[in-house]
Design a protein around this ligand. Structure first.
Ligand code: BJ8
Length: 402
């Protein structure tokens, strides 16, 4: 039996669904309130037999999960406190996002208290074949949580790539149908595609406001909003975004602003705001993020005039992740975003030991140099030991820009 309400909530989607204390809160407080609300809702849903899917990556289409009547929550770790536990099983020299995520699962499985409360809520993890570190971590994860792995083509521009990804998402469809006992009809998928596109359009509205000079909001505040995108229900997230956009459209521009900065590179999962905070504490303003906690999450819409499965495959294969090769699309998008958002410089952000983004840095640097856009490369982890050193490098970069 399909639940009566759609998980994404597009049907009857209005701000009235939530208590929205507009005007009595600081700009982003309601996202925090929704978060608390969301945890309770997920517990209730589980109690009623709704399946909860945990994901780690943008390549897993939410639309299929919701169309099957399940719910989803992202499990990417951005906190440092679960890493020590993970390092008892994983090598130290892999990316902190992988270690943090795995550590949270270990902690939850041992009844621990340091991990985020999301892990214990999921019935199944839907993983994806992206970087080597994640793929191998998922093998260990499968011993602790039921895990399904969605395979991906590695060369998105090859003629067979869409057909292969399409065959993978059709297998995923069957998996989700077996999990929930609910058949996914084309109209279910079309409804969820429209819902996800609606969210993407509001995000475009929000990011368009940041093109203003000076922008009406700090990038570190937007990052904290983006980190909630896949924790909250789509309905909650859209409601919060609409309030935020309405408020920002009425906001008078701040009187003081510094150099306009783009961050480009690895995702900054919830709990990881170190570099964004450092940049803005030192007087610059982040106007756009080319990352999976920025534009990569929403830039392209799914074509609603095509067969929904094909349209979904085409859109998702278009995500310019450094796990793909070649990834020319990403390099040209970065240059294009730098121009659109009139940035003075780019901070290229790599998580330690993320080889894909680290190696791709050279191509990005070359393309930006040709456009005379300065770039600072920062590689970091989730600890605080390099904060002082990164701050000094950001200071020198901002001074060079001004
Ligand atoms: S679509 S960026 S969410 S794979 S930072 S774990 S790549 S070693 S998170 Fe990612 Fe999907 Fe791509 Fe986005 Fe590996 Fe790099 Fe770590 Fe990464």
């Amino acid at each position: 039996m399909k639940p009566e309400m759609t998980r994404s909530g597009l049907r009857g989607d209005t701000t009235d669904h939530f208590h929205c204390p507009q005007g009595t809160h600081d700009r982003n407080d309601y996202f925090e309130e929704y978060y608390e609300d969301r945890l309770g809702t997920l517990h209730e849903e589980r109690g009623k037999g709704v399946k909860i899917v945990g994901t780690f990556c943008l390549f897993v289409p939410d639309e299929i999960i919701f169309a099957a009547g399940a719910d989803r929550i992202i499990l990417c770790g951005g906190r440092s406190d679960t890493i020590t536990l993970a390092e008892q099983s994983l090598p130290r020299n892999i990316c902190p996002l992988i270690k943090s995520s795995f550590g949270a699962v270990l902690d939850a499985c041992c009844g621990g208290t340091v991990s985020c409360p999301h892990v214990g809520l999921v019935d199944v993890v839907v993983a994806e074949a992206t970087c080597d570190g994640k793929k191998k971590m998922y093998e260990l994860l499968a011993a602790r949580v039921p895990t399904y792995v969605l395979d991906l083509p590695q060369r998105p521009d090859s003629p067979d790539a869409v057909a292969y990804y399409l065959s993978e998402i059709r297998k995923f469809r069957t998996f989700m149908e077996d999990l929930t006992g609910s058949r996914i009809r084309n109209e279910d998928l079309e409804r969820e595609i429209a819902s996800a596109n609606e969210t993407r359009k509001i995000l475009h509205r929000l990011f368009a406001l940041r093109k203003r000079d000076p922008p009406p909001v700090r990038g570190s505040a937007i990052l904290r909003v983006m980190q909630k995108q896949f924790f909250l229900s789509p309905d909650q997230f859209r409601t919060g975004l609409r309030i935020l956009c309405d408020n920002l459209e009425k906001t008078l521009p701040p009187t003081r602003t510094g150099p306009r900065i783009m961050i480009s590179g690895c995702p900054m999962a919830a709990g990881n705001t170190k570099v964004a905070d450092l940049i803005e504490q030192r007087g610059a303003v982040i106007t756009v993020e080319e990352s999976c906690t920025g534009t990569r999450a929403f830039w392209d819409l799914v074509d609603e005039n095509k067969d929904p499965w094909t349209a979904l495959a085409e859109r998702y294969l278009h995500i310019p992740c450094a796990c793909m090769t070649p990834n020319d699309e990403r390099v040209s998008r970065i240059v294009d975003l730098a121009k659109q958002y009139r940035v003075d410089g780019v901070v290229y952000y790599t998580l330690q030991f993320c080889h894909g983004y680290n190696i791709e840095r050279l191509r990005v640097q070359k393309a930006l140099k040709e456009e005379k856009i300065p770039m600072l490369a920062i590689e970091s982890d989730y600890g605080d030991s390099d904060t002082g050193q990164i701050g000094v490098r950001i200071d020198a970069f901002l001074e060079m820009l001004s």
